[in-house]
Design a binder for this molecule. Structure first.
Ligand SMILES: [Zn+2]
Length: 448
C-alpha cells in the first residue's frame, strides 16, 4: 500500500483543451492511488502526511502512449536491414524478421529499458501491441512482469496474425485469452488487456472469426493496425471485396474499447463507421512519416466526430516529441499553418485520457479529483507569463524540451530529482539488454 502524499509548491497545469488552467500556490493530495484533493496550499494547514516539494517545477498529468511496441527497442542500430521503399518491404525486411527473432528473455529485456525511458519521459501509461511469433506462449506475462517491476500502468495484447501459419495464429489467440482471463480474474489497477490483432491484410476470415468469437466471451475490445498504408486497403479489397473498416465492422471488431492504430487511409464511409461505433483511433505521426505511408487527416476525422488519441508506434517514449512532430506534419501535409495545433493538443490531452479511462474503468490521465494519481513534474522556469490563456503555447513550445524531474504513478514516486527510485539497477538492465539484443541480432541476420 502506498502512503498518502502531498505535492507542494509546484505550478499545477491542467492541460484540458477546452479549459486549460494554471494553479499557483495549490497543493495536490494523493491517497489510495488516486488524486484525493486539489486546493490552495494554505487550506491543507499542517497535514500529517509525507510531502514532496516541487518548487520551480510545473506539474502535469502523466502522459499516455496509446499505441506502441515495446519490443521495438531492439531495432535500434540493427545492422543488415535491407533498404525498403514500400511499407510491405519495411514489414518483410525489418519488423517481421525482428519479431521472429525474439525469445521470451528478449521480450523482457526489450520491454524493460523502454519502460524506464517512459518513466524518464513522463509517460505513465502505455498501451502496447506485442508480437513474438517464435515465443508466443507466456509473452504477455513476461511483459506484465516488466511493467509491474517498473511501476508503470500498461494495457497489453498479443497481435494475432496468419503471417506465421495457422499454429502461430491459434497460439496468438490463446495468449490473448489467457492474459485477458488473468486480468479479469485478479484485477490489478496497473494492468489491463485488449485482444490484439495485427491488421486486416494478415488475418484470414477463419482467424478473424475465431479471434472475435474468443474475445466476445471475455467482453474485450481489440487493438489492431487499421489502414496504416494504402496496401492494407488494396489487399483487403482484393481478398474480401470491401475496405478495411467495413470488414472489421462486419466482424464485430469495432467499439468503444477498440483501438484502431493509424487510420491514415480512410474514406468518409469508414470514418462514419469508426465514429458511430465509438472506436478509438490512435494517430502515430512520426511512424507514418518514417514509413512514408502518408499523414492522417485529423481535421476531417474530427469533422466526422471520430475519437482521436495519440500513440508513438515506438518511435519515441516521449509524447512531447510526438505532439510536436504531429503538429508540423499536419501543417506541412495540408500546406496550411492554421491546422494541427488544436487537433494534436486535443488528441493528447483529451482523446488519450478518455481512451485510457475507458480501458481502465476509472479516470486516468487527468489532474482532477478522483483520477489516478499519475503525475509528472518538469523543471521549467517560463520566460513568458504562464497563465490559463498561454498554457497551450507553453505546452507545445516551452515544455517540449523541459527535463522531467518527477514521475508518480498510482501515487507511487518512481522518479524524483531525475533519479529513479526503483529497486532496479538501470545500468545492469542496459548491459543485459545489450547482451540479449546481440543474440536477437544474430538470429535476425540468420533469418534470411
Ligand atoms: Zn504499430
Amino acid at each position: 500500500m502506498v502512503s498518502p502524499l502531498l505535492l507542494t509548491h509546484g505550478t499545477i497545469c491542467i492541460p484540458s483543451p477546452s479549459a486549460p488552467r494554471v494553479l499557483y500556490d495549490h497543493a495536490i493530495l494523493l491517497e489510495h492511488g488516486i488524486i484525493k484533493r486539489i486546493a490552495p496550499q494554505s487550506e491543507f494547514g499542517r497535514v500529517p502526511v509525507e510531502t514532496l516539494d516541487l518548487s520551480s517545477r510545473v506539474i502535469l498529468p502523466g502522459f499516455i502512449n496509446l499505441h506502441t511496441h515495446l519490443y521495438s527497442t531492439f531495432a535500434r542500430g540493427l545492422p543488415g536491414v535491407k533498404s525498403s521503399s514500400t511499407f510491405p518491404q519495411i514489414l518483410e525486411h525489418l519488423w517481421w524478421r525482428l519479431d521472429r527473432s525474439l525469445s521470451l528473455e528478449a521480450c523482457y529485456y526489450s520491454a524493460m529499458p523502454a519502460l524506464l525511458e517512459a518513466i524518464r519521459s513522463g509517460t505513465t501509461t502505455i498501451v502496447d501491441h506485442h508480437a513474438s511469433p517464435c515465443a508466443i506462449h507466456d509473452s504477455l506475462d513476461v511483459i506484465a512482469r516488466a511493467v509491474t517491476e517498473s511501476g508503470l500502468r500498461a494495457c497489453l495484447c498479443y497481435e494475432v496474425s496468419d503471417r506465421d501459419g495457422p499454429e502461430a495464429a491459434a497460439e496468438g489467440i490463446q495468449e490473448n485469452v489467457s492474459f485477458l482471463s488473468i486480468c479479469g480474474s485478479a484485477p490489478n489497477p496497473m494492468l489491463r488487456a485488449l485482444f490484439g490483432l495485427h491488421a486486416s491484410f494478415t488475418l484470414s476470415e477463419k482467424t478473424l472469426e475465431a479471434a472475435v468469437r474468443a474475445g466476445r466471451g471475455l467482453r474485450t475490445g481489440f487493438h489492431i493496425h487499421v489502414a496504416e498504408s494504402e496496401t492494407g486497403q488494396v489487399e483487403t479489397n482484393r481478398r474480401h471485396g470491401m475496405r478495411v473498416v467495413k470488414r472489421l465492422a462486419q466482424h464485430g471488431v469495432l467499439g468503444k474499447h477498440t483501438i484502431a492504430a493509424h487510420g491514415v487511409h480512410l474514406n468518409d464511409e469508414e470514418l462514419e463507421l469508426l465514429a458511430g461505433s465509438g472506436t478509438i483511433v490512435a494517430h502515430n505521426p512520426q511512424s507514418n512519416m518514417n514509413n512514408a505511408v502518408g499523414i492522417a487527416d485529423l481535421k476531417r476525422m474530427r469533422e466526422h466526430h471520430v475519437h482521436i488519441g495519440l500513440g508513438t508506434d515506438a518511435m519515441t517514449h516521449d509524447m512531447r516529441q510526438e505532439l510536436r512532430a504531429g503538429i508540423w506534419a499536419q501543417r506541412l501535409g495540408q500546406r496550411n499553418a492554421s491546422v494541427g495545433f488544436d487537433e494534436m493538443v486535443h488528441a493528447l490531452w483529451k482523446g488519450n485520457p478518455d481512451a485510457a479511462s475507458r480501458l481502465w474503468g476509472f479516470p486516468v490521465g487527468e489532474l482532477s479529483v478522483g483520477s489516478a494519481a499519475d503525475i509528472i513534474a518538469l523543471e521549467y522556469a517560463p520566460a513568458t507569463p504562464l497563465t490559463d490563456e498561454s498554457l497551450p503555447g507553453h505546452l507545445v513550445f516551452g515544455l517540449g524540451s523541459a527535463r522531467v524531474d518527477t514521475t508518480i504513478v498510482g501515487g507511487r514516486v518512481l522518479m524524483h530529482g531525475g533519479r529513479l527510485l526503483l529497486d532496479l539497477d538501470e545500468g545492469e538492465i542496459a548491459a543485459k539488454a545489450r547482451e540479449v539484443a546481440a543474440q536477437v541480432w544474430a538470429r535476425f541476420s540468420g533469418a534470411g
